[in-house]
Design a protein around this ligand. Structure first.
Ligand code: ADP
Length: 411
């Protein structure tokens, strides 16, 4: 197996937290690994509650001046940040590939998507319009003003390590809020590279803060970010289980919250479907980012009239189109999963399905490290874990469905 090295200018590979416009060390650090090889990419400051509090205080202090900036000033800064992302897109994409495993073309796609949020919000920054509403009284007018809420805590997942940050931060900064970002423990480097570019763009100290931390420190850091009275808003993308914890934390000080949590998306193929189109759709929706996106289809319900043709063509498409390997290798479409735990979860679902009578048509086994073979299962029933739990991996379970009796029998 070939080895690949990150090969990005050191200025973009930061290993300290970014708090109040300064690169800041913590008492300890934690390793960031290439999930494809297990190789160490960097050791990054392992922030605890103290650093989280420091970042919240800095963001609160900066809020008082950031909210006073004109719309044009905020817009110009976001635009400059966007332009720097575009200038460094290839390096940012390599960082995404090396820390989260996705193939380079997908990583480049993510960086374009990610930069696009800064571009769009730099334009929207100028359009925080209010409204004048007719009043029930002759001598009064109702004015609606949009005002920034304050400090936003932003907790993001590893599957889009760049885009999930700019999507939230672009909006917050455009509105005049300041932010503290806690990136996922597997992928802090994309967040820190964004901080480097924010710094270069001239985003003022304290407006954008990044506090990376290990899995061990995450609960304590998360608690500070979601309970501190100086925080006004929590925005989270991640698992439903974690979302529930954060909602509980945020309840005592009644913060504003936005939660984007897990799913169990069905992919339904009716007898009337164009099977080739259905197969193309299934390939795209199941195997992007090796099955690790929140909109990946999780269970496939295929009516019996097209079941066999669908399964057969799907297996052919999987053989022809999917290639597993390091994301930096040309032609690879299936990188590793984010870590060994993620691969174990998929294997567990496969074993559960097989023990209940499912058939493995393709794949089914773990590869080296955190690789998992693209897997096609048939004979799947709704009793099996893979139809009940979000898989977040390259497992495609097909449930053969009969006629839609309920609909047919309804009067
Ligand atoms: P996944 O299982 O996909 O990794 P998580 O919900 O665990 O999803 O991760 C999404 C984000 O939530 C990551 O940044 C992770 O570090 C963070 N996170 C996980 N547990 C907590 C917690 N108790 N408090 C705050 N953040 C958390």
């Amino acid at each position: 197996r070939r080895t690949y090295s990150l090969d990005v200018s050191p200025e973009l590979v930061r290993n300290q937290a970014y708090i109040d416009g300064r690169w800041t060390s913590a008492a300890a650090d934690f390793p960031v690994l290439d999930p494809a090889s297990g190789a160490l990419i960097a050791r990054v400051a392992d922030c605890g509650p103290a650093e989280a509090k420091q970042a919240v205080d800095a963001a609160y202090k900066a809020f008082h001046t950031w909210k006073q900036q004109t719309a044009k000033e905020r817009s110009d800064l976001l635009r400059r940040w966007y332009e720097l992302m575009v200038k460094h897109k290839d390096e940012l994409a390599r960082i995404v590939t090396f820390e989260c495993g996705k193939p380079l073309p997908e990583a480049l796609g993510e960086v374009g998507y990610s930069a696009g949020f800064l571009e769009w919000y730099s334009e929207e920054a100028r359009r925080c319009y209010g409204d004048v509403v007719p009043s029930p009284f002759r001598d009064r007018k109702i004015l609606l003003l949009k005002q920034p809420v304050g400090v936003a805590s932003i907790i993001t997942p590893w599957n889009f390590p760049s885009a999930m940050i700019t999507r939230k931060v672009g909006a917050a900064l455009a509105a005049g809020c300041t932010v503290v970002v806690k990136p996922a423990e597997d992928t802090p480097l994309s967040a820190l590279a964004l901080a480097q570019l924010a710094d270069q763009a001239g985003i003022p100290a304290g407006v954008f803060n990044v506090v990376p931390c290990s899995r061990e420190k995450t609960p304590a850091v998360g608690e500070v970010l979601c309970t501190d009275p100086l925080v006004a808003k929590v925005s989270f993308t991640g698992s439903t289980a974690t979302g529930k914890i954060l909602l509980r934390h945020a309840a005592d000080t009644v913060k504003k919250v936005s939660m984007e949590l897990g799913g169990n998306a069905p992919f339904i193929v009716f007898n009337s479907a164009d099977v080739d189109k259905a197969v193309a759709g299934a390939m795209g929706s199941k195997f992007r980012n090796t099955g690790q996106t929140c909109v990946c289809s999780n269970r496939f319900l295929v009516q019996s009239g097209v079941h066999d043709a669908f399964v057969e063509k799907l297996a052919v498409a999987m053989d022809a189109q999917l290639r597993m390997g390091h994301g930096a290798e040309p032609g690879v479409t299936q990188g590793p999963l984010i870590n060994a735990r993620a691969a174990e979860k998929v294997v567990h679902q496969v074993e559960d399905a097989v023990s209940r009578g499912a058939r493995v048509l393709r794949g089914g086994k773990r590869g080296e490290g955190s690789y998992m073979e693209p897997t096609l299962l048939t004979g799947v029933t709704t009793e099996m874990l893979c139809t009940k739990e979000e898989t977040f991996g390259p497992l495609l379970p097909v449930i053969r469905s009969g006629p839609i009796t309920a609909l047919q029998e309804s009067p």
